[in-house]
Design a binder for this molecule. Structure first.
Ligand SMILES: [Zn+2]
Length: 523
């Protein structure tokens, strides 16, 4: 019974040959149960040790099964390691609060397994007075021999939960300390940017605002045709701005989580082997003063991107703010930056929480107009068989989008009214990745395995040179953002690739390689 329960849990979290390897690694302690023990104390000790051992393997299996099921990822994949290293206590709590259902299910499974294994481990496999049969002894000896071989082999041994998770914790720690101080890397990026010598091709004052949000799926924006009125203010801007504003209908992120998404956005979507420049370093080298105003509290983002700016304002880090997680908190800081009189070339990067889970924290209390009556969206979800809690998440998600609409519109309004009449002003808004909230599956959260995880909004506004009408229909990939931003900044250098700038006539779409099959990038 102990062995069978354990095997079931191992099989949940591993596959193929791995199941056999883990089973062999787990075997010795389980086989100990076949040893007749006379002393009650020894039997108690054995029960405890066998139980702890088995629970270790069971926990390992359950955690792996959860990650596999939710993110199609192994615990030592870059995505999971990066997320674990980059999180803090508050975000961790929010995550658990959002995903407590899955956590509860897995805890229940573990509890049942724990009770079963405890009960049967206590009994032992044979009564103290009985001598096991000869064939049984031989079988046990053989299994122990295989186990010895397993422990002697390093790659095999490394799969043992105790060794694997110790190493995992070390990797997380190493990753975090590698992030802790990247001053050298930033100095290198600045030196590289200066050697590229980008130049501003337009005379006069210039203010560019880049708004990066989190976890916004464009399918939930009325601006993109959603059934609930989630974006009344952006729609008003759109009606009023005419050719100055472009809504990129077919915008896609190529990453389903923040870290790689932002890395790609700022590094031109080029691989590390190309040693790509950082667009913030380029802007500074060209003569822009750069601000980073963020509602995130995020070590990796701060080290890899934010600290390249001249002014860094991590609003969320200020203790004692009651509504610290609401994006509206950053509006004053942005206004201050827009009014800064020390320069007339400004690039202001704003990093919002958007609708990052947990959704109910992303809008003010009692500001959910979508939880009252049954509308077409709700009916559609019921028809698609979405569970009550996913439908509830959808209401909260849409309420977060409604509040988000207010913040984003304010940021656009602030930009539109900045500077003196005649100053050049530009604004770009996009999400780092999408979100699955019952769109194609019965779950809510980041989603590397469904298209919803990559469907993002992207908006551009500028007050000079009407935006090309065709741009709205062109498919757009977020890892090419820096090419567009360079255009909005009006900076030029050798080696620019106009075919990747969605605003250029030379734009040429190339479908990105995605972890999920996308039927059409033009939808
Ligand atoms: Zn994100």
């Amino acid at each position: 019974m102990v062995g069978a329960t354990l095997l079931a849990l191992i099989a949940l979290g591993h596959d193929g040959r791995r199941i056999a390897q883990l089973a062999v690694l787990a075997a010795p302690m389980v086989l100990w149960l076949a040893w007749p023990l006379r002393s009650t104390q020894m039997r108690r000790l054995r029960t405890l040790l066998v139980w702890l051992w088995a629970i270790g393997f069971a926990l390992d299996g359950a955690v792996r099964a959860y990650l596999l099921d939710t993110y199609q990822a192994a615990p030592d994949s870059a995505m999971v390691l990066g997320a674990a290293a980059n999180t803090n206590a508050r975000e961790g709590t929010e995550y658990l609060w959002m995903h407590w259902r899955s956590a509860a299910v897995w805890c229940a499974v573990l509890a049942v397994a724990g009770v079963l294994m405890g009960m049967f481990a206590r009994r032992g496999a044979v009564a103290p007075s009985v001598r096991p049969a000869r064939w049984a002894m031989a079988l046990i000896a053989l299994l122990l021999l295989v186990a010895c071989a397993a422990y002697a082999s390093k790659p095999w041994r490394r799969l043992h939960p105790a060794i694997f998770w110790t190493q995992w914790a070390n990797s997380v720690h190493t990753l975090r300390s590698a992030w802790a101080d990247q001053q050298k890397q930033r100095d290198r990026l600045m030196a590289q940017a200066r050697s590229i010598a980008p130049a501003i091709s337009q005379a006069g004052p210039s203010t560019v605002v880049l708004v990066i949000t989190d976890s916004i799926n464009r399918d939930n924006m009325a601006l993109y045709g959603y059934g609930r009125p989630t974006t009344p203010r952006l729609l008003a801007h759109r009606a009023q701005a005419g050719g100055q504003m472009a809504v990129l209908k077919n915008a896609w992120s190529v990453d389903a989580s923040t870290l790689p998404a932002l890395r790609n956005m700022f590094r031109f979507g080029l691989p590390d082997s190309d040693n790509p420049p950082h667009v913030l370093a380029l802007a500074r080298a060209a003569g822009y003063k750069v601000w980073w105003i963020s509602n995130h509290d995020d070590l990796a983002i701060e080290q890899q991107h934010a600290r390249l700016a001249d002014v860094v304002d991590m609003v969320n880090r200020t203790p004692g703010r009651a509504s610290a997680s609401l994006d509206g908190e950053i509006l004053d800081c942005v206004q201050e930056a827009l009014q800064d009189a020390s320069t007339d070339r400004k690039l202001i990067v704003v990093h919002l929480m958007g609708a990052h889970p947990h959704y109910s924290l992303r809008f003010p209390e009692n500001a959910n107009p979508f939880d009252d009556d049954v509308d077409a969206v709700e009916n559609g979800l019921v028809k698609d068989g979405r569970s009550a809690w996913v439908r509830r998440f959808r209401q909260e998600y849409d309420a977060a989008l409604l509040y988000h609409d207010f913040v984003v519109s304010e940021l656009l309004q602030q930009t539109r009214t900045a500077g003196k009449p005649g100053d050049y002003l530009a604004w770009m808004y996009l999400s780092d990745h999408g979100q699955e909230v019952g769109h194609v599956s019965d779950r809510a959260g980041h989603s590397p395995s469904t298209a919803s995880g990559y469907r993002i909004p992207a908006l551009i506004w500028r007050n000079r040179d009407a935006l090309p009408v065709e741009a709205e229909q062109r498919p757009f990939r977020a890892d090419w953002t820096a090419w567009v931003l360079a255009d909005l900044l009006r900076i030029r250098w050798n080696g620019q690739i106009p075919t990747r700038n969605v605003l250029s006539d030379a734009y040429r779409w190339q479908a990105p390689e995605m972890p999920v099959a996308i039927e059409s990038f033009s939808r």
